[in-house]
Design a protein around this ligand. Sequence first.
Ligand code: NIG
Ligand code: FE
Length: 411
Amino acid sequence: MKQLVKNISCLTGIEYKPKPRLQGKEMATFNTIDNAWLLIEDGRIAQFGSMADGMPHISDIDNTIDAEGGMVLPSWCDSHTHIVYAGSREREFVDKINGLSYEEIAKRGGGILNSADLLHNTSEDDLYRQAMTRLDEVIRKGTGCIEIKSGYGLNLEDELKMLRVIQRMKESSPAKIVSTFLGAHAVARGMSQDEYVELIINEMIPEVGRQRLADFVDVFCDRGFFTTKDTARILEAAATWGMRPKIHADELASSGGVEIGVKHNALSVDHLESMTVEEIDILRDSNTMPTLLPGTSFFLNMPYGKGRKMIDAGLGVAIASDYNPGSTPSGDMKFVVSLACIKMRLLPNEALNAATINGAFAMGESKNYGSIAKGKVANFFITTPLPSVYYIPYAYTTPIVNKVVLGGKVL
Ligand code: NIG
Ligand code: FE
């Protein structure tokens, strides 16, 4: 099937020679074509160009998508979320306003353990319905490729329940979804840390592996949660089932997670709010994408990751939402892009690349997603008419999405 997108004021995020990721100075280039057209063939991007050069004759076009003078952006690639959860935690939000820290709330049995209790008492169908509502919301905001983690189960049955929900979402949603097993999110109630780590290694990972329910593995490697020793053991066990790491590191303190992640060929190390300058050197020449979550810093009033320093040091950087009930109940990637510009001093082009092509890399999906390039899946959104690309992070609460196209289908 052939579809033509016409009346595009500006086609953006173009890659002529697609790269798996962009690093350092490369991140400042976000290629565009003004007054453009785009051809989709069988759900993939086939051709594009400028109207000024004249439209080539294309026969047998099945339908036309009118961009109505809006821009076309590649769909957001949100490489770190926890959108499968039950209920919400606005009471802790008030506790935080009253002065309790994220760690203090966790120590009192709130936080992740609170979500685990809620999830335990929620049926699989209800959990699916709640998660799909969140997914549909972020799709309407422009997300087309998304990672979703388990980690509110904390026992074998409930972790499997979460992963089955993600599996069902993969099968029913037009968005591309990848799944991550995060059994090591917090120590389950009534268990010692060592007992729980043994349970993850000896029971959870083999079952998740056997049932092929996760693409990746994650560990919350941080002060008060899992140690670097626990992390290394869990990553080694998961590697035998082909699950590559994407880990939580350096959120609450410089935890050694970056080093462990790079050593185990992690696809990404995420959070990094407390990362030291020395750790930038560890990431150089690695295959690991540092992934920053500015929405979390915003919501928890914490320091922001050193995005500017990392890019200036030649690294590639991804940004993601971390959408979860405790530390950032929002999957609004446009706001994440604004925060990266305002709080981390990324240029708009750098932030847009961080939220698209580099996010796709952090999910192992940049071959098919993350930019407007020949052969990639036709996942993009069409904006309302906008004055320029810079307007996107600048107008930080203005909705911009007019139409969403995933796999060539207008939603
Ligand atoms: O990425 N840091 C660990 N996990 C989540 C928060 C989970 C929660 O509070 O429910 C995060 O911020
Ligand atoms: Fe997270």
